[in-house]
Design a protein around this ligand. Structure first.
Ligand code: GDP
Ligand code: IMO
Ligand code: MG
Length: 431
């Protein structure tokens, strides 16, 4: 039977999913993205080069790996073509990429509406990436959206597009935004179809073929992080999809029975971009130090990321929701040099100690973290290849995370490069 590995973000995104996916993609036959869109920014580094991906799976650098953009994604064809061009300019020309015919399409008005809805919220911005992700998912669920497969049937696409332009122009007009001309959009998308058309296919059928083959290794690459989940995150300060292992079956078109190995990617501390509550957030010199050492600025928007201590309440919650088997503990090198390090074990809410996040952000914003403090370590970790060579204090920090979350750390990342990765779990070593 095939081997499957699901890689998901377990905090507020940017945990290092791109790095981990690329690391395992070198051994994988297939890498599948199954939710989100170009709101994601996944960085991959090898041979001294850093690459940034938004919609395209992080297996794209391995010519032998089949990359799939699944039906659960929202795909912006303009951005995909631009991303492919950028990869081409960086010398990445030999790759395999397929796009689901059932994936929702992000249209130009979606980013206009994303921006306009944010403005309408006045002071209560979500701080979206303004890529049109929310409006595109809304149209999908309102059943007025277009899908990637529509591009393969020009007459059908024209019919759907005409109806969409009519409705959206009315909405844009009400918001004081410029309207779209059907002929211009149609012509532009037919040009995009010439490039992307050959890659658009029934990807569920393709993935299921691989699943049934004994020697195949398949990696499912999540985007965003569980605390940005539309259902379980800090609603409404969330994205519009479910960045969980639970999304894989729907978003890739496979049976849930195939999901059995979930790697939760977690920073050794926490970051968040955009608005919303963040109990362990730091505003002091330590935050500044971590931000600069970890280059904590958004891959997509360049915004400085908010910084906080590792949140064990969030980690326990996301591991419960997504069935995390192992942590990939990322950016561990960044914590070197701090005298003391803290891990949040519980929250204090209105005088009570709680061990799981509350549902409303009004309560979440009132949660005060309860910490345990551990000794820091001074040693540079970036060249360490073996768990046993880590400083004792660093090992104690890892053990504490395992104890609090009841999930073993299977991977430790000590730098952005592919080679700066320590695999602890036997099962993951054998993937
Ligand atoms: P993703 O969205 O989860 O793929 O994460 P991003 O790529 O947006 O952000 C993670 C950042 O951390 C990127 O700049 C990576 O190159 C970098 N990174 C990943 N792992 C490590 C690590 O172990 N140490 C350091 N110093 N940087 C890392
Ligand atoms: P990766 O895959 C971090 C955040 C935005 C905003 C909220 C809603 O790189 O981890 P959206 O544009 O999705 O409607 O924005 O979600 N957000 C992310 N934060 N990493 C991401 O992706 C994110 N994708 C969305 O900043 O707060
Ligand atoms: Mg990112």
């Amino acid at each position: 039977m095939s081997q499957r590995l699901v890689v998901i973000g377990s905090q507020w995104g940017d945990e290092g999913k791109g790095k981990i996916t690329d690391y395992f993609a070198c051994k994988a036959d297939m890498v599948v993205r199954y939710q989100g869109g170009n709101n994601a920014g996944h960085s991959v580094m090898f041979n001294g080069h850093k690459y940034s991906l938004q919609s395209i799976p992080s297996g794209i650098f391995n010519p032998a790996t089949v990359n799939v953009m699944g039906n659960g994604m929202v795909v912006n064809p303009v951005s995909v073509v631009a991303e492919l061009q950028k990869l081409h300019d960086q010398g990445i020309t030999d790759y395999q990429l397929y796009i689901s015919d059932r994936a929702a399409m992000v249209m130009p008005w979606h980013s206009d509406l994303d921006g306009a809805y944010e403005c309408l919220k006045g002071g209560k911005l979500i701080g979206t990436t303004k890529k049109g992700i929310g409006p595109a998912y809304s149209d999908k669920y309102s059943r007025v959206g277009l899908r990637m497969g529509d591009l393969l049937e020009p007459d059908y696409f024209a019919e759907r597009l005409k109806a969409a332009v009519e409705v959206k122009n009315r909405e844009l007009e009400m918001l004081g935004l410029p309207a779209y001309d059907f002929d211009k959009v149609f012509a532009q998308y037919m040009e995009l179809a010439k490039i992307l058309g050959p890659k658009i296919t029934d990807t569920s059928a393709l993935i299921n073929r691989y699943l049934r083959e004994a020697d195949k290794k398949i990696l499912f690459e999540g985007a965003q992080g569980m605390m940005l989940c539309i259902d379980h995150g800090t609603y409404p300060y969330v994205t519009s999809s479910t960045p969980s292992s639970a999304s894989v079956p729907v978003g890739a078109g496979i049976s849930p029975k195939w999901i059995d190995n979930v790697l939760g990617v977690a920073k050794a501390y926490c970051t968040r971009v955009g608005e919303g509550p963040f109990p362990t957030e730091l505003h002091d010199e330590t935050a500044h130090e971590i931000r600069e050492r970890g280059h904590e600025y958004g891959t997509v928007t360049g915004r400085p990321r908010r910084i906080g201590w590792f949140d064990g309440v969030v980690a326990r919650y996301t591991s419960r929701l997504a069935g995390i088997d192992n942590w990939a503990l990322m950016l561990f090198d960044v914590l070197s040099g701090l005298d003391k390090v803290k891990i949040c074990t519980h929250y204090e809410l209105d005088g009570e100690i709680i061990d799981t996040p509350p549902a409303t952000i009004s309560k979440f914003a009132r949660c005060n973290p309860v910490y345990i403090e551990l000794d820091g370590w001074k040693e540079d970790l970036t060249q360490i290849k073996d768990y046993n060579d880590l400083p004792e204090a660093a090992k104690a920090y890892i053990r504490k995370i395992e104890e609090i979350t009841e999930v073993p750390v299977g991977v430790i990342s000590v730098g952005p490069d592919r080679t700066q990765t320590i695999i602890v779990s036997e099962k993951l070593r054998n993937f």
